[in-house]
Design a protein. Structure first.
Length: 261
């Protein structure tokens, strides 16, 4: 599977400008073997704004329709961050939405760990369900930004077959080393690929260093986006991952009955 990590500099709260920017960035990206996955950052159409009620969309709103059109145009799966209206009238959800090459929405994951330090928990509702989905024969699990600090989410997904984790983010420059280290840790401890796609540039509150990376199941960084906007490509070798899990059976050796003395 070929993955395109789209490290964009997001125009603040301007959906149409960001749609145009993503299309321009992907103009020369193609998947001749039909095995493509495109990954966009968290809240890629607006930036990490707390104006959640103003940017949130119903199902098949403009941002989801953009993802659908992009998936069809590129004949690839697409993952991107969308603010979604909460059907019970409470604060919206910060979501990772996955569309198929046929234009079907196959997954909507609601961020389970809103970032309390940034008051995200005051403006977005908390999800409570971990998801996995099949993409090109691989089992993929989405996560969003602050989720990365909670290894139990990844372990539960791994126990349910996850082989590739896709973490979309607006992760600030001041904690950039945490981003890189945690992505590698989640890969090593779960014997999984981890794709981390972060934004570049700045918003009214923070600056972002990008550092979108793809990490293999051994913890090696196999693609690195650096600090500037751009599209980075990585190859996922699921056969190699499965062979490693058989050879080094750490996941089978997990002790599930530990207790405190």
């Amino acid at each position: 599977m070929k993955v395109a990590l789209v490290q964009s500099s997001i125009v603040w709260e301007d959906k149409e400008a960001n749609f145009a920017r993503i299309r321009e960035m992907l103009e020369n990206t193609s998947f001749p073997d039909g095995d493509g996955l495109i990954v966009l950052p968290e809240l890629f159409a607006t930036g990490f704004t707390m104006n959640s009620a103003q940017i949130a969309e119903a199902d098949n709103g403009p941002t989801e329709n953009f993802l659908i059109d992009l998936a069809r145009e590129k004949s690839a799966y697409v993952i991107g961050g969308v603010a979604k209206i909460n059907s019970d009238g409470r604060n919206p959800f910060n979501c990772s939405v996955i569309t198929s090459p046929q234009g079907d929405i196959i997954c909507r994951y609601q961020k389970t760990h809103p970032f309390s330090l940034g008051e995200e928990d005051d403006n977005y509702s908390k999800g409570n369900t971990i998801k996995t989905v099949s993409i090109h024969g691989s089992t993929v699990s989405p996560a969003i930004c602050y989720d990365l600090r909670f290894p139990e989410l990844f372990r539960l997904a791994s126990a349910n077959g996850a082989e590739v984790f896709v973490v979309i983010a607006n992760w600030p420059e001041k904690r950039n080393q945490h981003w890189i280290t945690l992505l590698q840790a989640r890969a090593i401890e779960n014997q999984a690929y981890v794709i981390g796609v972060n934004r570049a540039g700045s918003d009214p509150n923070l600056s972002y260093l990008g550092s979108s990376i793809a990490v293999d199941y051994l913890g090696n960084i196999i693609a690195d986006g650096g600090s500037e906007p751009g599209v980075i490509e990585a190859e996922i070798d699921i056969t190699g991952l499965r062979e490693w899990r058989e050879h080094f059976p750490a996941l089978r050796d997990i002790h599930g009955s530990l207790s405190m003395a």
